[in-house]
Write a protein that binds this ligand. Structure first.
Ligand SMILES: Cc1cc2nc3c(=O)[nH]c(=O)nc-3n(C[C@H](O)[C@H](O)[C@H](O)COP(=O)(O)OP(=O)(O)OC[C@H]3O[C@@H](n4cnc5c(N)ncnc54)[C@H](O)[C@@H]3O)c2cc1C
Ligand SMILES: NC(=O)c1ccc[n+]([C@@H]2O[C@H](COP(=O)([O-])OP(=O)(O)OC[C@H]3O[C@@H](n4cnc5c(N)ncnc54)[C@H](OP(=O)(O)O)[C@@H]3O)[C@@H](O)[C@H]2O)c1
Length: 242
């Protein structure tokens, strides 16, 4: 990986809940594609501690935005959550990643399916022109533990996406209960989106919890969808956050 680091200054740090935060950062102009990530870092006890974060902002927006969750025992995320306006952080000069629409074949319906902060890359994608030019339908699916974690609703409502939410650890009006893979298998996800989830019509991008990616992929494969590869076109593209 490149050792070139840029310096960014925090503009603000929005606290959505006790665990969720969004950092906006200026001063580190970067060329990237919506859906990609970059390593961000703090120097902790003389050591640079870096972690991958997906861009929330679309590429045309010069202010960088990152959406994080505090993993209490993690070395970096609790410290990022405490940053405030004027604080600095380091940003690697080499954005990367394949969870991008340039890697996705055309389809009638694009399904963007996330758990937790896996929402981040899809916010960037939804704020570009490409999904609206290439897909007749775009569905955003966001699964969280608690309803208060259904963040960025004002951004999502400004797009033309169909928006389906899951809340798994409390009853929440307007959201599905349980988990995404079960709702793929039993048809509840299709019903909520009023669209067919089938190989003939769909491409599915999945992001977030690795076990969700595994279980959801298995549920999609059982319906006849295949992992997408550059050399063998398919219907499923995934990015794991850990
Ligand atoms: C390609 C890529 C993109 C990523 N983009 C984001 C992003 O946009 N926002 C973000 O918050 N994180 C993102 N991550 C995860 C991020 O890099 C860190 O792992 C996370 O911020 C925790 O850092 P940490 O040093 O505190 O703990 P770590 O030592 O990195 O992680 C400790 C444990 O915390 C859990 N964990 C890590 N990340 C998450 C998460 N996002 N949600 C729930 N549990 C988690 C896992 O069990 C992990 O083993 C991404 C990871 C990858 C590989
Ligand atoms: N969210 C919080 O309240 C909270 C509080 C303190 C700390 N944290 C930290 O944040 C991390 C968790 O963050 P998070 O809540 O954003 O992510 P998460 O644990 O991945 O949960 C997000 C959503 O994904 C679902 N999910 C988990 N495993 C799945 C699977 N195999 N298949 C399908 N869906 C699955 C969860 O459902 P289930 O509810 O059924 O698991 C939940 O609806 C923890 O590791 C912890 O360190 C979070």
């Amino acid at each position: 990986m490149s050792d070139k680091w840029l310096s960014g200054t925090v503009i603000d740090n929005r606290q959505w809940t006790e665990n969720l935060f969004s950092l906006r950062v200026q001063g580190a102009p970067l060329a990237f594609e919506a859906g990609q990530f970059v390593r961000i870092a703090l120097d902790i006890d003389g050591q640079r501690v870096a972690r991958a974060f997906s861009f929330v902002n679309p590429p045309q927006d010069p202010v960088l935005e990152f959406y994080g969750v505090i993993v209490p025992e993690g070395p970096l995320s609790p410290r990022l959550a405490k940053l405030g306006a004027g604080d600095s952080l380091s940003i690697a000069g080499n954005p990367a990643g394949f969870l991008t629409l340039s890697e996705v074949p055309d389809a009638e319906t694009l399904w963007l399916i996330a758990t937790g902060t896996g929402l981040a890359p899809f916010l960037s994608i939804l704020r570009t022109d490409e999904p609206w030019r290439r897909f007749r339908n775009v569905v955003l699916v966001h699964a969280v533990r608690y309803a208060r974690e259904l963040t960025y609703q004002e951004v999502i409502r400004h797009t033309r996406t169909r928006y389906v939410t899951f809340v798994s650890r409390e009853a929440a009006a307007g959201s599905l209960a349980g988990r995404i893979p079960a709702a793929i298998a039993d048809g509840r996800l299709e019903q909520a989106a009023s669209l067919k989830l089938a190989a003939e019509t769909s491409h599915v991008m999945l992001c977030g919890n690795p076990q969700m990616l595994k279980d959801a992929t298995a549920a999609l494969v059982a319906r006849g969808l295949r992992k997408h590869r550059r050399r063998a076109s398919g219907h499923i593209t995934v990015e794991s956050f850990w």
